[in-house]
Design a protein around this ligand. Sequence first.
Ligand code: AMP
Length: 478
Amino acid sequence: MCGIVGIVDAGGVSHSLYYALFALQHRGQESAGISTWDGSSFYKYKGMGLVSEVFSEQNLKELKGHVGVGHVRYPTTGANLPENTQPFNFRFQDHHFAIAYNGNLVNAADLRTEFELQGEIFSTTTDTEVVASTIVDEFRRSGKIEEAIIHCMHVLRGSYSVILMLDGIIYAFRDPVGIKPLCIGTTEKGFMVASESVAIDTLGGTLIRDVQPGELFRITEKGFEAMQIAVADRRAHCIFEYIYFARADSVIEGKLVYDIRRKIGASLYDEAPVKADLVSPVPDSGTSVAVGFAHHSGIPYLEALMKNRYTGRTFIKPSREERERAVRLKLNPIIGHIKGKKVVLVDDSIVRGTTSRRIVGMMKESGAAEVHVRIGSPQIIAPCYLGVDMPTREELIASTRPVDEVKDSIAATSLHHVSLEALVKAIGIDRENLCTGCLTGKYPLSIEGESCLSRNIDFVIGSYQAKLGSFPPDKTAA
Ligand code: AMP
């Protein structure tokens, strides 16, 4: 997971990066960092915790310069260690590099071993450092960063959206099948790239478009240009971004995620209609799906649960007991809305089943007559190797149990998951161009011990290059 941002602007960028990271905080809460460049010197600051905990006014002031990158981390590969915080900063032959990375490599261990056999040392356990070594390996030979990134695209296997700052120039690129999101937009006086468009909104900028799979952007003080350097025969956008991970107010591939989730809610009613007194979301992840369900069914939308917004994410608590307590702390049932009522509860997904079991329990304790659970994703049956923090098959409640057993296990009156067909239709991208690994156990890349859905991805290195925008930003560019 993780959230990344890069900005080139006319004035100082540290505050803009800070606010952009705030907008991306949902993508990672473990650590945050910013690196900047003022034309001659490099500045960096990072630490463990939320964006608001890591930065102070003083250290934002000290992050000087008009170019910078930022990162919020949610660990997928690499332990919860201070040295794994990003951006990953290093010097090579008097060049200053900062890398912010989102994704997960399936061949990181092999690449690391190859480098180690050549005598290279690593100071973190992250994939990011492997990306850095791969880039430097080629940069050392050719002295050309574009060539190094092309080399990277040949060598890396997995998901990667990367923002690299090299001596004050921003390079942003996305893996050839576009698993993790990345988009480009304007700021008031410059340009930015970010994981999600909400970061651009927050800075008052305008979304230009998504960075295309296999595309490389180069952003300087003069403007930006794009190069399509890899063309795959399919795409594999992460379906879980649409289900849960992206913010509902983000626009991905030209579509507002909120609207996609509302459509999912409408399909949930069509697929499993129910007579009930109210439709309530499990806040906040189920909200837009519940809105769609309520509008489509005509059943009143009324919240049965209030969320305490100051508790952090329950998922990141390590033990099951701790997670269960955290759910109780996080959500309070509104008994007056529930007692004697037939309630439809809508959430985005069931992973281990802890949340649903606890919440259905709360509804029953609050006197609900019936609790119908509707879920905005098909059953999650398989782990993710491409960047979403998902537990193992053994921990996934649906990996070995049919829906009926899960329904009994969470003690719901009824349970329905939206079908993959309806989900894909709501997203509006062909199924072959989505990564559905967690829902089908079939992955778009070959992964040891797992089945691969499609032909191998071949990509060709194209040479098209386009000048797309220049300063001051043309808001209609591209
Ligand atoms: P569980 O209690 O394990 O079934 O978790 C399900 C809840 O966690 C759902 O309500 C989701 O909103 C949320 N969720 C699903 N996947 C993730 C993830 N990868 N990281 C954090 N939260 C998640």
